[in-house]
Structures are given as structure tokens and as C-alpha cells.
Write a protein that binds this ligand. Structure first.
Ligand SMILES: Nc1ncnc2c1ncn2[C@@H]1O[C@H](COP(=O)(O)OP(=O)(O)OP(=O)(O)O)[C@@H](O)[C@H]1O
Ligand SMILES: [Mg+2]
Ligand SMILES: [Zn+2]
Length: 469
């Protein structure tokens, strides 16, 4: 695997963890090496790599500026995996009290081929309670020739008694720039030419896990050869451009709830990754928002930008769309389009003026407040319709929502229920902020009712009525 081949050999090659590298090198330079370390952080961010470099550094016979030489006998023994005194134990498969007892017995013996014994306990949070207890005393007072390095991706599962006996280092997700830097280096070494935008696309998708990023790079190369294009990279990452992202943004910009719900449903029906699709929508919204804010003639021929520019409230609407879409949470039921539907409905049913009367548009209420109200209501409505929570595991899918014949009636139905629930919501609660209260008064009745011009937040003719009836 490419990531194994390019595992950093020295601290200088470890990217994105400068705070840790700096402190460890300092400790080596001043001889202040502790007897127990705890490395915690997300997968593939350099914990094991750093632990192995550190193990070589404390044993290296010609340490230079805190870097192991990788040439002396100790360094070579560790690099080749033949050093008896570097003990790597996977706590996920050796998790019991007997495993720790065995370790405790052996640790007492003097090192045989290195200056210091190093115990690297990976996935340490997997140890049983008994094993943790057996470890405690040794961890507190190991023989002077031994050093512990515990590594974990789940710090909160490690008992406080263990944590407090170690020097703790928190590995961070590797920043995109640092990932791109490392990927470029690997590409250069491998004689591969990937466009920089492609490397950024990989970095963004890896979400700070460098091992994942390198694996993605390897997949791209395996599939498209040594000089893939940006589109190749995107295709390999499954970021295939879906025309429906644009269509959905268009629906938001024209307050076309029926189309928006249709699209969300069809993406779900096609079995696509809804979270990824939603990220695509967010990207498109951001691009349109950027073009609108820059104002000039640029992107003039982009129909989405043109549609946005025809709305005086476009900036508020797009900002609200970003906020609502970013809140759509697909974790509980990744196959359900409901969070996306809720986000779209919140944007469209918000107090934005209908597209029919853009000239008289009062300023849209700041994004968030109103959206939160309708998002909550719609979520409740949709839950009620399905007879159980749409987020509770998806066992009842496809629910009645899917069975609806067409998007129009689906949209109307949802919107009507939102209106009714808004009216119901008036009784109870009592926690409304004044601005929201005004918004509610403007929304609970039938379309066209309850508009009270001249009282602070005057509201435009309801977009609910415009859409649902
Ligand atoms: N900070 C980093 N700098 C350079 N390369 C890295 C870094 N983090 C990870 N890598 C690359 O990813 C591979 C895996 O990293 P490593 O084994 O150190 O991750 P880890 O944090 O121990 O992950 P896990 O929690 O899954 O054990 C390395 O071989 C290396 O190629
Ligand atoms: Mg590891
Ligand atoms: Zn050395």
C-alpha cells in the first residue's frame, strides 16, 4: 500500500502535527523523556508513525537535531521490525488481564538489543477494566529502561486513572493544505502527475485523515493511470457531477417547493448518498452566492446566477439555504431524504417574499430563526406522517412519503400540515422570542391572513400560500 511505503521516516516528514513534533524533539534534545505517553486522535493522522519515530529517536546512537539517523544499528533493527525491545501490542486483540500480566513480567528484564524498551500499545481503549487496573501500577513506575506509548482513537473510553499517568498528546485532523503538500510529495516520488485541484478534492474528502487521503490517491492512480484529470479524480471519488444539484438550487431560488421535494425524493430513490448530494448542493449555493456578492458581469450566463440576481433577497435566501442545508443530518438514517426535504422546506417556507412580488420585498428575516421554526415543525409533521420517526433506523422504509404519486400533491400536503402545525404550536411552548412570535402570527392562518404592515417586522405575502395552493 502506498501509505505504508510512504510512512514518514523522520519527524520532518510528519505533517500537520507541528505542536507534537516540536515538543517531542525538545524533550529528546534536553533529555527530558517521560516514561509514559498517550497519543490520541482520529484515524490515520500519524499516531503510530510518530510513536515509531520516537522509539527510534530514544534509541538512536547518533541523534541529529532530535531526528533519528535511521542508519545506526538500533534504527535499522527497528526499521526492519527485528528489534526485540520494541514491543507493539494491539490492545484490540490482546485486551485481557493475562496479556497485561505477561507484559508486566517481561518488562522487568533488561533490554537486549536496544538501549530502552519501548512498549507501543495501540487501540488502548479496547483493554478490559481488569487489564487497565493491571496496567496502572506499571504505567506509574515502569523500570527505568522502559517507555510506554499508548495510542487511541477513543480517548473518552480510556479511564482517567490511566490518562493522568501519561503525558498526553492530541493529534489533530491534518489540515487540507498539509495533506495536499504530502500528496504532492508522494506524487513527485512516484512519478505521478495529479492536478492540484484534484489533490484538494482528495484532501477535502479525506476530512483530515492522511492515510485515507493516500489510499484515495492510490485508487485514482490505479484506475486512471499516472496523469489523471480533475474529472477523473472526481469520478474516482464518487463526486460525479449530478445535474440535480443545480436543479435543486434553481427550485430554491424560484421557491418551487414541489420540485425541490421531488428532486430530494428522486435522489433518495436512486440510492445515492444523500449527504454527499447535499454537500454538492451546498457547494453550488456557495458558488452562486459568491457570484451574486461579487456582483459584476461575471458568471452572467450562468442561469442560476441570473435567477438569483432577479431576486432582491437572493443573498439572504442563499445564506439561509447554506445554514439549513448544513444542518441536514443524515447520520441516523443515511438513506432517508427527509433531512434534505426539511431543509428545502425551511428555506422556501421561510418568510421570504414570494417570487411573484419581488419589487415590494421587505428584508428577509435573518437566516436561522424562522428556518429553525419551520424545520422543527416540518420534521414533526413528517414523523407523524410516517407513523414513527423517520430518523429511527429506517426499518419502515419505504414509508408513505415514497408512495405519494407526484411531487405537487406531496408538497401541498406537507405545506398544509406545516401551516396547521404552526397553528397548533401556538398553544403550548411559550418560549418564543418576540421576532419569532411576530413571524408565527404572520404564518398561522390561511394564506393572505395575518399580515400586519407597519408593525416592525412587516411580512410579505406568504410564500406558503403561493406554493401550496
Ligand atoms: N501526520 C502525518 N504525516 C505524514 N504521513 C501521515 C501522517 N498521518 C498519517 N500519515 C500516513 O498515513 C499512514 C498511517 O498513519 P498512522 O499509522 O501513523 O496513523 P494512526 O494515527 O496510527 O492511525 P490509526 O488510529 O488508524 O492507527 C502512514 O503510513 C503515513 O503514510
Ligand atoms: Mg495507529
Ligand atoms: Zn540511529
Amino acid at each position: 500500500m502506498l501509505y505504508g511505503k510512504w510512512r514518514p521516516k523522520g519527524f520532518a516528514e510528519v505533517v500537520g502535527q507541528d505542536h507534537i513534533v516540536h515538543t517531542l524533539k525538545n524533550a529528546l534534545a534536553t533529555g527530558q523523556v517521560a516514561h509514559a505517553y498517550l497519543f490520541s486522535g482520529p484515524r490515520g493522522t500519524g499516531k503510530t508513525t510518530t510513536a515509531r519515530i520516537f522509539a527510534r529517536a530514544v534509541n538512536c546512537r547518533s541523534l541529529k537535531d532530535g531526528e533519528p539517523c535511521n542508519a545506526c544499528e538500533s534504527c535499522r533493527a527497528i526499521l526492519s521490525g527485528s528489534a526485540l525491545d520494541l514491543v507493539e501490542m494491539d490492545a484490540a486483540s490482546n485486551r485481557g488481564i493475562d496479556d497485561v500480566r505477561e507484559l508486566r513480567e517481561k518488562i522487568a528484564y533488561a533490554p537486549s538489543d536496544l538501549a530502552r524498551k519501548v512498549y507501543l500499545l495501540d487501540e488502548v481503549h479496547m483493554l478490559t477494566e481488569g487489564a487497565f487496573n493491571a496496567l496502572l501500577k506499571t504505567l506509574e513506575e515502569p523500570p527505568p529502561h522502559a517507555i510506554f506509548i499508548l495510542a487511541t482513537t477513543d480517548l473518552h473510553k480510556v479511564p482517567a486513572t490511566i490518562i493522568s499517568r501519561c503525558q498526553r498528546y492530541d493529534f489533530h485532523r491534518v489540515p487540507n493544505d498539509a495533506i495536499v503538500e504530502r500528496l504532492s510529495f508522494i506524487c513527485a516520488q512516484e512519478g505521478v502527475d495529479v492536478p492540484r485541484d484534484g489533490l484538494f478534492a482528495i484532501a477535502a474528502q479525506s476530512r483530515g485523515g492522511l492515510r485515507d487521503a493516500i489510499t484515495m490517491l492510490e485508487q485514482v492512480i490505479a484506475r486512471y493511470g499516472a496523469s489523471p484529470t480533475l474529472d477523473d479524480v472526481r469520478a474516482a471519488l464518487g463526486q460525479v457531477h449530478d445535474a440535480r444539484t443545480g436543479k435543486l438550487v434553481e427550485a430554491l431560488l424560484t421557491s418551487d417547493l414541489a420540485s425541490a421535494l421531488d428532486i430530494a425524493r428522486s435522489v433518495g430513490d436512486d440510492g445515492l448518498d444523500l449527504a454527499r448530494f447535499t454537500r454538492g448542493v451546498i457547494d453550488t449555493v456557495r458558488q452562486v452566492l459568491g457570484a451574486v456578492l461579487r456582483d459584476g458581469a461575471a458568471a452572467e450566463d450562468d442561469p442560476l446566477v441570473a435567477a438569483a440576481r432577479s431576486r432582491p433577497d437572493a443573498v439572504h435566501l442563499l445564506a439561509a439555504a447554506l445554514s439549513e442545508l448544513a444542518r441536514a443530518d443524515f447520520r441516523l438514517d443515511p438513506a432517508s431524504p427527509v433531512p434534505l426535504e426539511v431543509a428545502c422546506a425551511s428555506v422556501i417556507l421561510g418568510p421570504a417574499p414570494g417570487v411573484s412580488a419581488p419589487a415590494a420585498a421587505p428584508p428577509r428575516q435573518p437566516a436561522g430563526a424562522q428556518g429553525a421554526v419551520s424545520a422543527g415543525l416540518l420534521a414533526r409533521v413528517l414523523r407523524a406522517r410516517r407513523g414513527r420517526s423517520p430518523f429511527a433506523g429506517g426499518a419502515v422504509r419505504p414509508g408513505p412519503l415514497r408512495a405519494l404519486p407526484d411531487g405537487e400533491s406531496h408538497a401541498r400536503d406537507v405545506a398544509q400540515r406545516v401551516v396547521r402545525s404552526a397553528a397548533d404550536g401556538r398553544r403550548g411552548a411559550g418560549t418564543w422570542l418576540p421576532a419569532q412570535d411576530a413571524a408565527r402570527k404572520g404564518r398561522h392562518g390561511m394564506p393572505g391572513n395575518g399580515r400586519r404592515a407597519g408593525r416592525g417586522h412587516s411580512r410579505a405575502p406568504g410564500s406558503i400560500g403561493g406554493q401550496a395552493h
